[in-house]
Design a protein around this ligand. Sequence first.
Ligand code: FES
Ligand code: FES
Length: 154
Amino acid sequence: MSRITLSVNGRNHEVTADSDTPLLYVLRDELELKGPRFGCGLGQCGACTVIIDGAAVRSCVYPASAAQGHKITTLEGLGSSAHPDPLQKAFIEEQAVQCGYCINGMIMTAKALLQSNPHPSEEEIKQALAANLCRCGTHMRIVKAIQRASTEAA
Ligand code: FES
Ligand code: FES
């Protein structure tokens, strides 16, 4: 076990963890950040996605120790009920959520996309989300929500 300092949503946190403990476990179990979800635990579904230094990362297969010195953003860091991020607002307005299990990953992956490409084409959105799984099949509404967010931010 070692002490790890993590910068999450603009605040530093000191935690104790094995060097190979997945970042997802530390975020959910130590820091009580439940936005990132445990889906497959194998890097295959995207439910656990967070943003590290601007890139969408699957926190279930990313060691917490490797995140030291980097800027981590979770869903909680995007916005609140009172002040939602434009993407969160657009997901609500397009009613893009059914069970909601995949939505953390969809929003965080979309956020990383819009940060690097503020006005993506439909094809670029689909490509960016191609490896994020949704068992409820709300993909078309998710794409519309991302298009709405990119337009409204223009
Ligand atoms: S829980 Fe991390 S990719 Fe599925
Ligand atoms: S909304 Fe249920 S898994 Fe995507």
